[in-house]
Design a protein around this ligand. Structure first.
Ligand code: ADP
Length: 616
């Protein structure tokens, strides 16, 4: 009991552990599916971002190319030369101011201006504006220095006068070895940003120091992507590139770097916005251009995928579970059916055993009864014989008394003839005595036949001698009754049977025929026999009144009799004997009225005769 409780607990625990394991597995797989989906989406976003970045950078390069040719073109203009040679010529200055204003308007740049060799602006497109560049010294700008060294200069900075971010293209005016001054075209950075405004992603351009110079997020401008050293900050301050800028680093965390080089960033406080950052260098301006695409669009899709995967897995698990449960149920049902069948089989076997033993018992009883019956029948046959003997004894008594009286007379006669010495007559009388004794011996022989008990074996019986045996018993009666006996039985007819019993049958049949002829006019008995294949048919027919139709069915019944002194056993016993010998005995009436009894027996076969020789 304790063990089964323990086993049930273990089964329950392992089942719930299995459920937990399955749930964990489903969660892990769903999570993994979501992660895969995120990687795919990230890849897609990155690819698109790179395309956009490339487009943007080529747009920038295009913009720069549009303005890069302008300073060299202007540097060749004689008016600029003239002004630089004679800066005090107000008319000349006015002319150049207008010219530069005109060029600026046509080109779409922010400012165009001319500086002398000391860096002071002599003329500018914004000569009319307040504040104007005219009269201001920008000699500290690296683009001035570069141009004064005879090279085309490029620079980006927050304008000190205008406060606007600009990109500067400069070129020396006059001899490149000893320039008269520098002509500068400044373009607006804002327009480069604005191109990007509506794209839904953030644009970040950093200089080689990591200072963000261009960004679609105004709050990121002039911040750095990493902490700068004090020396770098001092250098940047000295260049006055970003006047008043704090240059503090933006707080961000790099979550992951993808194989393609793209980075996953989280900007701001922990839990802040996540971005996928792709970057490219732009050597034309010494810039690094980055595009930051928000990861926000990814999260819902990833969760959707996770949920979908989870639902699918739960569905799969449920289906598998249902299938397994169904199989288990079917197995259990099969098992139950098998058990039921086995039980039914056992029950059937038991029943068969019971019936078999019943049948065996019934069989035993039946055999016992048959044996009993056979014993009774044998006893009946014997009793019938004794009855017949009793019947006969009266006749025999009469048969023996007669010859005995005759013999006494013959003996007296013989003695008288011997006294008279008449030997011839004495001899004749003695001869009569001798004949009478042999007749008496014949009569007593019949009694011997009746007292014998049959062996029950089927032996070769010559029908003729069997009939002779029967007639020996009946002859006196037949003769005394004046009955005509006709016998037609061949000498070579043999049947398989028992001599004693067959004799008894014939005695019964012929005896009954004698009874039936008691007061008949014609007294005739016919005994015939013939062979038909393997059977021999023997008939005893008489010329009596025959058997009434109502009695025909009963004559073979034991104790059926119509005669006063009869026992009603003769035909019944004869019938049984015929059956025991494998034959039949039937009763009928002949066409002329008399009864006909037919005894059919197996003919003695040649082979049996040979085989039978050993038996005898
Ligand atoms: P039982 O001779 O002692 O009567 P059986 O068994 O020999 O007994 O015969 C039964 C009866 O069958 C007879 O009583 C008689 O009625 C009838 N039976 C037998 N043989 C003949 C026959 N040859 N003719 C007419 N009836 C017969």
């Amino acid at each position: 009991m304790a063990f089964s409780n323990w086993a049930a607990d273990v089964a329950r625990a392992s089942r719930s552990a299995g459920w937990w394991l399955l749930a964990t597995l489903i969660l892990a797989l769903s999570w993994f599916a979501g992660s895969l989906q995120r990687d795919v989406l990230l890849g897609e976003i990155e690819r698109k971002a790179r395309q956009e970045l490339d487009l943007y950078v080529s747009h920038l390069v295009g913009q720069f190319d549009r303005f890069a040719y302008l300073p060299p073109l202007l540097a060749d203009d004689f008016r600029l030369h003239s002004l630089l040679i004679a800066p005090s010529n107000a008319e000349q200055r006015d002319q150049v101011n207008r010219f530069l204003g005109h060029v600026n308007a046509i080109a779409g740049s922010l400012d165009v201006y001319l500086m002398d060799a000391s860096g002071v602006t002599q003329a500018a497109s914004n000569w009319q504006d307040e504040p104007t560049f005219v009269g201001r010294n920008f000699g500290f700008r690296p683009y001035f220095t570069a141009a004064m060294q005879g090279r085309a200069g490029r620079y980006y900075a927050l304008g000190t006068t205008s406060g606007r971010r600009g990109y500067y293209f400069s070129y020396p005016v006059g001899d490149s070895d000893d320039p008269l001054g520098v002509v500068v075209v400044k373009i607006d950075i804002d327009t480069l940003e604005n191109v990007w405004r509506d794209k839904g992603s953030e644009l970040v351009v950093t200089d080689p120091d990591g200072v963000i110079f261009v960004s679609t997020r105004p709050e990121w401008r002039y911040r750095t992507v990493g902490p700068l050293s004090a020396a770098t900050i001092a250098r940047i301050r000295a260049s006055r590139r970003y006047p008043d800028a704090v240059l503090s680093p933006i707080s961000y965390r790099e979550q992951r770097r993808l194989a393609s080089g793209a980075r996953l960033l989280q900007i701001g406080a922990p839990g802040g916005a996540g971005y996928i950052a792709v970057a490219t260098d732009m050597p034309e301006a010494d810039w690094r251009v980055q595009l930051l695409v928000s990861q926000q669009v990814i999260a819902p899709q990833v969760w959707q995928t996770r949920l979908f995967a989870m639902s699918l897995l739960v569905l799969l698990a449920t289906t598998a579970w249902l299938y397994a449960a169904r199989r288990r149920r079917r197995r259990e049902r099969d098992q139950e059916r098998r058990v039921a069948m086995e039980e039914a089989l056992v029950e059937l076997e038991n029943r068969v055993d019971r019936r078999t033993s019943d049948l065996t018992e019934a069989n035993r009883l039946l055999r016992h009864e048959v044996e009993e019956h056979e014993r009774t029948r044998d006893e009946l046959i014997q009793a019938a014989k004794l009855a017949a003997l009793g019947q006969m004894s009266a006749g025999i008594n009469h048969e023996l008394n007669q010859p005995l009286a005759a013999m006494r007379t013959y003996a007296d006669n013989a003695r008288a003839y011997l006294e008279r010495e008449n030997l011839e007559q004495a001899g004749w009388n003695l001869q009569q005595i001798s004949e009478l004794t042999s007749r008496m011996a014949q009569i007593s022989g019949q009694l011997k036949v009746f007292s014998r008990k049959s062996s029950g074996q089927r032996l070769r019986v010559p029908l003729q001698s069997c009939l002779d045996g029967a007639l020996r018993i009946l002859r006196t009666r037949i003769e005394h009754s004046g009955i005509e006996l006709v016998v037609d039985v061949a000498d070579d007819l043999y049947v398989a049977g028992d001599m004693v019993q067959l004799e008894q049958v014939l005695v019964n049949l012929i005896g009954n025929a004698c009874d039936a002829l008691g007061d008949a006019e014609i007294k005739r008995i016919e005994v015939t026999a013939r062979r038909d294949g393997e059977r021999v048919h023997m008939q005893v027919a008489d010329s009596g009144r025959g058997i009434p139709a109502a009695n025909l069915a009963h004559v073979f019944d034991p104790f059926f009799t119509t005669s006063d002194g009869g026992l009603g056993l003769g035909l019944s016993i004869s019938h049984t004997i015929a059956q025991r010998l494998g034959g039949t005995l039937t009763a009928d009436n002949a066409a002329d009225g008399g009864a006909v009894f037919t005894l059919t027996l197996a003919a003695w076969q040649q082979e049996r005769r040979q085989a039978g020789r050993g038996e005898r």
